[in-house]
Design a protein. Structure first.
Length: 248
């Protein structure tokens, strides 16, 4: 497996934020990590990439143990995170932001960002514009573009649809499908089952930091129980059938 997470646990002092999280993602795959607010999704992904210390458990990437590696070491290994709120430098232009990503990408053979501009034509039009002046959708494009500029082996996206209009989310889905088609596996953290189901084949659902369901994304999309218990009524009536995945 390309990414293997085993019995991961994360704590904030005495508060256990994540416990017993295990999953694996291989080449060509997309996995969705789902759950409501406070489920521990962001803590999980930030622990994987070295932003948070792990209380216990292990993480392996490309066959190597990266459990205790630093965030910079993990980024250089090819595991790239697109944070939930993009975390761009507002005073950097689009071009400067992508060039910053290229600093890591050059070590893996990247010499330009022309392919990123082809994927995001709007960024090409705004290459001299400051990141802080872009719309929310454009900033998300830039955050993904910056991650791609590192020439990642795998991409992690933390709630990429947060704060975006429906039309922008549809464009985002097309981009993620293109990234997968280009051979880059994806771990996508979401609250939106519709977005996740458009991209991922399988999913793991967290509640209060603990895995509660895992299985095919198609089954999660159909399940009344999953929708009602873990996502409230925000899409009531659009989910039918019973979950047949594995309850954990």
């Amino acid at each position: 497996m390309l990414l293997e997470v085993t019995d991961l646990a994360v704590a904030y002092g005495r508060i256990q934020a994540v416990r017993g999280v295990s999953f694996a993602v291989d080449k060509g795959q997309a996995l969705a990590l789902l759950g409501p607010n406070g489920a521990g999704k962001t803590s999980t992904v930030e622990a994987i990439v070295g932003f948070l210390p792990k209380t216990s458990g292990s993480v392996r990437f490309c066959g190597k143990d990266i459990t205790r590696a630093s965030a910079s070491e993990i980024a250089r290994s090819g595991l790239a995170l697109v944070p939930q709120w993009r975390e761009l430098f507002p005073g950097f232009s689009v071009e400067e932001t992508l060039e910053a990503g290229m600093h890591i990408g050059r070590k893996r053979g990247r010499t330009n960002v022309d392919d990123i501009y082809q994927m995001f034509p709007r960024l090409a039009e705004r290459r001299k514009q400051l990141a802080g002046t872009l719309s929310g959708g454009e900033q998300q494009m830039l955050a993904i573009g910056r991650a791609l500029a590192t020439t990642p082996t795998m991409l992690l996206l933390d709630e990429p649809s947060a704060g975006l209009a429906v039309g922008i989310v549809k464009d985002l889905v097309k981009v993620l499908k293109t990234i997968l088609a280009n051979g880059i596996p994806i771990l996508v953290i979401e609250q939106s089952i519709p977005l996740a189901s458009a991209v991922a084949q399988d999913c793991l659902i967290l509640a209060t930091g603990t895995p509660v369901w895992r299985g095919a994304m198609a089954e999660a999309e159909k399940s009344d129980d999953i929708h009602r218990y873990y996502f409230g009524d925000q899409s009531a009536g659009s989910w039918q059938g019973d979950a047949k995945g594995q309850r954990t």
